[in-house]
Design a protein around this ligand. Structure first.
Ligand code: CUA
Length: 424
């Protein structure tokens, strides 16, 4: 192994992988050119396993793709120029990787970037974001420019006399300038932000607005539609709202236990769900589709698996969904055994299945469980196999989840799963 490249150092990149998604929230949308960066991350993981010389060669070729070929192609002799040594240091490689991965993380499909907003409140927030970036970016460029100019222009030269240069104290003009300008900037940022907040809060609620009550639970979401008389969990359905036919959704958010936070970055700002308090939020999604989010306030061990899926439906799709949710549970005679087991166990004290004795409120309403694509608050696909394993022992997927394993026999688990699978 040549000096300067430490293949063991490669291992450290993997440790940082979990942090990459966080960068996506802070990066700019112009990064579409580098959608290939995630493959870069995964290739790097693969390289890790291949070890030694292959890793280094592979990493060089990856960087070469990104335009670093010139500096990276002759690695590591001690006589190399400074930039080459910099680029081959682990820290620099990590920084390059984080930069590209973060930049590209923002623009994945199904993205959760605040910069690809698709509803009125989200647009306002995006515009405000750009405005703040523009001001802070201008400050950054001006200050770095002045700093670099001062460092270069006034650096110590060989012919300089070996005495301290003249020291200047007190300049009323300069001191006034560096007090007043920052104050003005902060006032501008404050007023613009407050303007956006108040405009969004004061938005008029049209008569046809849909009302949804959202209750946060450890670790799932409860949705109630008081105007429609339906209740659902984890997957929120709301109608699309076009300029010609506006139909915004107004939400009231509260919590049944600890603090949670509801955030669909493409549709609206983040709102906390607090016990004994009702917060409000509205959104008018302009495009049908599935929008993703995540509880964004640490609420316990399974906070990370308290995922959000919002289905923005066309008016027809939404009406169909509402009609289907209003139907009583389809109780198929083939599932009678499973139903008997379900109702004999404590399942009924936590879950509701309309039209049966099950009317618990502690866990999700299961009346139309199979109309949802996922279970366990978005963390598993909803299919019989996963349902089976979930009923058998929820802790396998969400350690610390509040639903207990009831230690059913394999046969009972199969029967309950078969029963739930009929709840279309
Ligand atoms: Cu709920 Cu974090």
């Amino acid at each position: 192994m040549k000096a300067g490249f430490n293949p063991v150092g490669m291992v450290h990149y993997e440790k940082h992988l979990p942090f990459l998604p966080f960068l996506s929230l802070t990066t700019i949308p112009g990064g579409r050119f580098c959608r290939g960066s995630w493959p870069l991350v995964f290739q790097l993981k693969k390289l890790n396993r291949q070890k030694e010389a292959t890793s280094v060669k592979g990493f060089e070729s990856l960087l070469a793709i990104r335009g670093f070929k010139a500096v990276m192609s002759h690695p590591s002799t001690n006589t190399q120029r400074l930039p080459v040594r910099w680029l081959s240091s682990g820290v620099t490689r990590l920084a390059i990787l984080l930069f590209f991965s973060g930049l590209c993380g923002a623009v994945q499909r199904h993205d959760t970037s605040v910069f690809s907003s698709l509803s009125t409140p989200a647009h306002s927030i995006t515009r405000l974001g750009y405005f703040v970036f523009a001001i802070t970016g201008a400050i950054f460029i001006t200050m770095s420019g002045l700093l670099i100019y001062a460092i270069v222009r006034y650096r110590e030269r060989a012919q300089d006399p070996p005495v301290e240069p003249p020291q200047v104290f007190g300049s009323t003009e300069i001191e006034m300038a560096w007090t007043i300008i920052p104050v003005l900037i902060i006032v501008i940022l404050f007023l613009t932000t407050a303007g956006v907040i108040f405009t969004l809060q004061d938005a008029k609620k049209p008569a046809n607005a849909l009302k949804v009550i959202i209750v946060g639970h450890q670790f799932w979401w409860e949705y109630r539609y008081p105007q429609l008389g339906i209740a659902s969990a984890n997957e929120l359905h709301i109608p699309v709202s076009n300029a010609g036919d506006p139909r915004p959704t107004f939400m009231q958010l509260t919590s049944a236990d600890v603090n949670h936070s509801f955030w669909i970055p493409q549709l609206a700002g983040k709102v906390d769900l607090l016990p004994n308090r009702v917060n409000e939020l509205w959104m008018d999604p302009h495009k049908p589709g599935v929008y993703l989010g995540q509880c964004s306030l640490l609420c316990g061990v399974q906070h990370a698996k308290m995922l959000l899926r919002v289905y923005v439906d066309s008016p027809e799709q939404f009406d169909t969904w509402v009609k289907q949710q209003r139907e009583p549970a389809g109780l198929s005679p083939q599932a009678a055994e499973g139903r008997r087991v379900f109702e004999a166990q404590s399942c009924v004290s936590c879950h509701t299945i309309k039209g049966t004795p099950a009317n618990g409120r502690f866990g999700p309403d299961l009346t139309h469980l199979m109309s949802r694509a996922t279970i366990a608050s978005g963390s598993l696909d909803n299919n019989t196999d996963n349902l089976r394993r979930w009923i058998d022992n929820p802790d396998t997927f969400k350690p610390g989840v509040l639903m207990p394993s009831l230690h059913l026999t394999n046969q009972e688990v199969d029967q309950v799963a078969a029963y739930l699978a009929t709840l279309k």
